[in-house]
Design a protein around this ligand. Structure first.
Ligand SMILES: [Zn+2]
Length: 350
């Protein structure tokens, strides 16, 4: 990533699932990397070449039972399947990267506070060493959103720019920064735009603090608010749509359908989320003056360009230099950005 950007790599949303084309022949001499995106509901694995092109992929559900050890075994199984679909064996991989939610210690290869993966995963667990033993190779860890933003920067919507802010709008609101060609990780915790304060002493956030952006825009917070409103007697189709779709939660698809049906509560909560996103992103722009914002995450990609435009509008009044408003793009790599970004993490050029 510190090197100059390549313009030849091309993995776009229109053509993301490049499946193995006689991968065996192609990878005879080429170096290939594995990437795993560890999520609360699914584990996504890819095998990519040095240009970031996807040679194989696989997806498994995250095990609901068992501890971190069980999760690591499933990660290995998913990666093995991705490697097989690329016509390879896992020991053939030059390196493996993992993007994970929670608190990543890249130097020690540990993951802590990954409670949306395993309910009691609080203490640091030696994920890199454990998975490394199974794959018999080097494993590098990174934050899930930061690696997804790095992938968009190098191969997706961020390609034309030197500096970008990624905003991942989903269950929570994550973020990632690339400043003048360098992924900015701070001391490991940079980019947490979801916990920027948009209203002092405001709504309670999942992090336990008050007034964070995520407390207004995160899907989990919006669902809590919607349930509270229903309890108070407000009518909404949100939960009927959820049941019709057979979902346990208000997924991005549920919100999308409710908006299409012009559900009053869904519109009000999404409007409020957009207002808060605009304020937080504009504040970040006033501080960093990056060239572009990339909008990703389940809601961000599902709601797409129309809502990205609305966020740009809500950002505008807060911009100190409005005539240089950054462009907001929707992420291009779709569901695979996390796994591709993880693979890039293991690649020495990063
Ligand atoms: Zn918070």
């Amino acid at each position: 990533m510190a090197t100059r950007k390549t313009t030849t790599s091309r993995v776009t949303r229109k053509k993301p699932r490049t499946m193995p084309r006689t991968a065996k022949a192609r990878t005879g001499k080429l170096r290939v990397w594995g990437g795993i995106d560890l999520g609360g509901t699914k584990i996504e694995a890819v095998v990519v070449d040095a240009r970031g092109e996807v040679l194989g992929q696989a997806r498994h559900p995250t095990p609901g039972k068992g501890g971190p050890g069980e999760v690591v075994r499933e990660m290995y199984g998913t990666l093995e399947e991705a490697a097989i679909s690329a016509g390879l064996a896992t020991p053939r991989l030059s390196g493996i990267g993992v993007g994970a939610p929670g608190s990543v210690d890249a130097n020690h290869g540990t993951l802590a506070h990954a409670t949306n993966v395993v309910a009691d995963w609080e203490k640091p667990y030696p994920l890199a060493a454990d998975l490394g033993d199974l794959v018999k190779g080097r494993v590098v860890l990174g934050n899930d959103v930061q690696v997804a933003v790095a992938a968009e920067y190098r191969l997706g919507a961020g390609r034309p720019y030197r500096s970008v802010l990624g905003v991942w709008w989903g269950t929570g609101v994550g973020g990632g920064l690339v400043l003048d060609g360098t992924p900015w990780r701070g001391r490991g915790g940079a980019g947490e735009i979801g916990h920027m304060v948009v209203k002092p002493d405001g709504a309670l956030c999942g992090c336990g603090r008050r007034g964070c952006l995520e407390a207004y825009a995160g899907r989990a917070s919006m669902e809590r608010k919607a349930r509270k409103e229903v309890h108070r007697g407000r009518r909404t189709q949100l939960f009927d749509i959820m049941r019709d779709k057979g979902r346990p939660r208000l997924s991005s698809g549920v919100w999308m359908t409710a908006l299409q049906k012009k559900d009053g509560l869904a519109i009000a909560l999404i409007d409020r989320a957009i207002e808060m996103l605009g304020a937080a992103i504009a504040s970040a722009i006033n501080l960093l003056d990056v060239e572009a914002v990339i909008l990703g995450g389940g809601l961000g990609t599902r709601l797409g360009p129309e809502y990205a435009g609305r966020i740009a509008e809500s950002m505008y009044p807060h911009l100190f230099i409005p005539e240089r408003a950054p462009l907001i793009h929707v992420a291009e790599l779709g569901d695979l950005s996390g796994a591709i970004g993880a693979a890039l993490l293991a690649e020495p050029r990063m």
